[in-house]
Design a binder for this molecule. Sequence first.
Ligand SMILES: N[C@@H](CCC(=O)N[C@@H](CS)C(=O)NCC(=O)O)C(=O)O
Length: 199
Amino acid sequence: MKLFVNSGSPFARKARIVVRERGWAPGVEEVFTVPVESPGDLVGANPVAQIPALIGDDGVCWQDSTLICAWLDAKGEGAPLLPPADSAAYWAVRRLEAAAVALIEMNVRMVLENRRPENERSPFWLRRWEDNLVRGFTRVETMCPAADVFDMGTLTLGVAGTYTTFRYPHIGWRDIAPKAAALTDALERRQSFIETFPK
Ligand SMILES: N[C@@H](CCC(=O)N[C@@H](CS)C(=O)NCC(=O)O)C(=O)O
């Protein structure tokens, strides 16, 4: 299989971690790419030229990190990261996952806006996304399980926390969300997190 990634993307990092945690690593070639240049192989896998994108051994193309991770999890080896479908635990994990994906989205929007020439950036949208991010961390703190819980929700929250520190250390999310910070610190000690730390 081929997984299109780069070394900074938090959405791609989530998929790279799931690949490692669910026993896929030997069969997955990570293709490092620059999505904004819309390279042909990436566009063939994902027409909207975003990472992660996955091409299965059967040639089927997968886009969207949440879907890719759910599929890798369902078909992987050993204990899954998502509880049995439609259990109470399943919906709790998916709620945390969605809340953490929203944190990643706010970060990525800010990164893209900040890549525009300075005089074209919108202070309104940058302010709004940063405010959303702060409120989002306040919310995930109320949902955050113990630091030793490892599932698709906590994994995504760890990726979101580290990415926020990587891009916007001034936001101080660790003070807003100390339980999420402890969880992130614990996750970053796992081999899958160490190997994919953003650069
Ligand atoms: N909803 C998508 C978002 C993926 C996404 O935004 N990826 C970013 C990198 S972190 C990207 O490829 N951006 C390039 C672009 O949007 O042109 C997912 O979850 O996979």
